[in-house]
Design a binder for this molecule. Structure first.
Ligand code: HEM
Length: 355
């Protein structure tokens, strides 16, 4: 694959946004990312445009927004906080990057399919579905840097990265086929009253609104769409949270300013004690928003709103309620990876700010 590199945001905008039609990803890209099928990341021209309009429409819909708020609130309250409390109580050193990855994997699966793989629990379980995504992302990275003949040989012998890739593909196909089949059954007997209260996941929208999309929403398309959406939402948001938390830990002034800003939004009687913030309380926080943007720099993304809601919910819960001490012994440096994970994790010791 021939590559052209640029670090100028204006060029990125020109290629990725303003003149996207002139820069198709092409068949070689599709071959490299073959596991993604005909999903949004692998599509060009009209198929891409159609998918983008549909995805944006569903993600901006008030029923998805409702579902998003409930999902994130529940995951913070019942998933994230008990783990952080446990670590704080027992003085444990924990890898916050791993916790964030579990948080965003569960949230992404719920938002896209409605099902919770429950990676974020006290036992920190190894979930096959999540591992399969990790393996295939790693194998794709290697495909970009190794000679094509080497990849072909591994594929032919079914060994190494390509061997793992094939196994991951099977796991993903099986899990997503089950989710899709279940979802179709549920969609047939959808209770409109319940939907108007709880909101809807994306897969439900693709199934129930298929006529309005102009897309052929068969099982293969739903599988591709679900996988593309899950990988779009998963490690991007957790990696952003990891580097953001690390930056905050390096700059106590920033930490204090965020706490001050959070306190300015709540009644004085509720300050200086444990508290979770709802979306309305954090959505217009200028300083927190600026700090998250600073950690991320230039980006064009259909899930921007979704990821900011998640990041603000997690950042406000952690920064306001805990002091996070990053362990100096484990340097926080980037790994060679598609989304810039850290090499050694974000090892931290956490203490409660107030009882
Ligand atoms: C901090 C978190 C995130 C970052 C840094 C990020 C970054 C990006 C980037 C760089 C692109 C490529 C843009 C392009 O090719 O034009 C992208 C595309 C996309 N992202 Fe995100 N993303 C994040 C979170 C999310 C979330 C939570 C979702 C979904 C719920 C999401 C859904 C998408 C989709 C659907 C696309 C494809 C857009 C297209 O091709 O039109 N992203 N994201």
């Amino acid at each position: 694959m021939n590559l052209v590199a640029t670090c100028d945001p204006a060029n990125a905008r020109y290629v990725m946004s303003c003149n996207f039609d002139n820069f198709p990803k092409g068949p070689e890209f599709k071959q490299m990312f073959d596991i993604l099928g005909d999903g949004i990341f692998n599509s060009d021209m009209d198929l891409w445009k159609n998918q983008r309009i549909t995805a944006q429409g569903f993600m901006r819909h008030h029923l998805f927004h409702q579902f998003l708020l409930r999902t994130i609130r529940d995951k913070v309250e019942m998933g994230l906080m008990p783990i952080i409390d446990h670590a704080a109580k027992h003085g444990l050193v924990i890898n916050l990057e791993d916790i964030f990855r579990r948080f965003t994997f569960d949230s992404a699966c719920i938002l896209v399919t409605g099902y919770d793989p429950s990676c974020l629990s006290l036992e920190l379980p190894q979930v096959l579905f999540s591992k399969a995504v990790d393996y295939f992302e790693q194998a794709i990275l290697y495909r970009h840097v190794r000679p094509r003949s080497f990849t072909k040989l591994q594929k032919w012998l079914n060994i190494g990265q390509e061997g793992k890739y094939k196994k991951s593909w099977k796991v993903l196909d099986d899990v997503l086929a089950e989710y899709t089949c279940q979802k179709r059954k549920e969609a047939n007997k959808l209770n409109q009253e319940l939907v108007s209260v709880d909101g809807v996941d994306l897969l439900t929208s693709y199934i129930t609104e298929k006529e309005s999309t102009g897309l052929i929403c068969d099982d293969k398309f739903l599988r591709d769409t679900a996988l593309n959406m899950i990988i779009a939402a998963k490690d991007t948001t957790s990696t952003a949270l990891t580097w953001f938390t690390w930056l905050v830990s390096k700059h106590p002034i920033l930490e204090n300013k965020i706490i001050e800003e959070l306190e300015s939004k709540i009644p004085i009687a509720e300050t200086k004690r444990r508290r979770l913030f709802n979306v309305d309380e954090v959505k217009n926080l200028v300083y927190l928003h600026g700090a998250l943007c600073e950690a991320l720099r230039p980006r064009i993304c259909s899930g921007k709103e979704t990821s900011f809601i998640q990041m603000k919910a997690v950042a406000s819960a952690l920064i306001y309620n805990y002091h996070i001490h990053v362990m100096e012994e484990t340097p926080v440096v980037p790994a060679v990876s598609v989304v810039q994970h850290t090499k050694n994790g974000l090892m931290t010791r956490i203490s409660k700010r107030w009882e």
